[in-house]
Design a protein around this ligand. Structure first.
Ligand code: COA
Length: 196
């Protein structure tokens, strides 16, 4: 999401750890241990595994080394973001902590992208979540977001926020994001509203 859009909703997530009950049988312990072990594998951690994505012709990337920034800009424009200076996109990516993009290997082009900036310890903000319109609705947005959030959590970053357009709130909610948690509202600097 771009900062240009001032009418945004602030959403954030804090993931709680799984608690175990003292009132469970040995069988349930075995069963739950098995389930937990499964959840930890890549196959089950995400709605779609890396292998499944690969078999469908999609490769995941976590750096922008092989990313064609003009093609990325084309995806931004295709979803309605303003066209941006490619050099500025490069600088933004150089200052980005975590990023993920999906390549359609048949056409060797980016079709899904998301990135997060932050302080590397406590806080992160997710930006530029996009899926090429021809590839929307097949799980790529969710695949990118799940992995980006997981990567941040693995690094101990639990305060994860993003700006959401109202029409996309329903996409972020099942991923664990909440609008106005505990009444907290996001505020965006607006030059127009600044009192002189
Ligand atoms: C929003 C966006 C990233 C979603 O990506 P996508 O690949 O189309 O979404 P997915 O196919 O992964 O959908 C995952 C789930 O979210 C749901 N979903 C997708 N877009 C949704 C929306 N706008 N509102 C509500 N639910 C949505 C899907 O139905 C799916 O549900 P399921 O898991 O129950 O099947 C994509 O539509 C996009 O790039 N939009 C334009 C740019 C944009 O608005 N970015 C966000 C800026 S805040």
């Amino acid at each position: 999401m771009l900062l240009q859009s001032i009418s945004t909703t602030f959403t954030s997530t804090r993931f709680s750890t799984l608690k175990t009950s003292p009132f469970i049988s040995q069988n349930s312990i075995k069963r739950s241990t098995r389930i937990s072990a499964q959840i930890l594998t890549n196959e089950n951690k995400f709605s779609v595994s890396d292998q499944s994505l690969e078999s469908r012709g999609f490769n995941l990337h976590r750096t922008f080394e092989e990313l064609d920034l003009d093609q990325l800009n084309t995806v931004f424009v295709a979803v309605g973001f303003p066209k941006r200076d490619t050099n500025k996109i490069r600088i933004a990516l150089e200052h980005t902590d975590s990023l993920l993009w999906i390549e359609d290997t048949r056409y060797r082009k980016p079709v899904a992208f998301a990135r997060a900036t932050g302080d590397g310890v406590f806080n992160a903000i997710i930006w530029d979540v996009v899926v090429d319109p021809s590839y929307q609705g097949i799980g790529l947005g969710k695949a990118v977001m799940e992995r980006l959030v997981e990567e941040l959590l693995q690094r101990g970053i639990s305060n994860i926020a993003l700006y959401s357009e109202p029409r996309v709130l329903g996409f972020y909610r099942p991923l664990g994001f909440t609008a106005d948690p505990d009444g907290i509202r996001g505020m965006v600097y607006s030059r127009k509203q600044k009192k002189r």
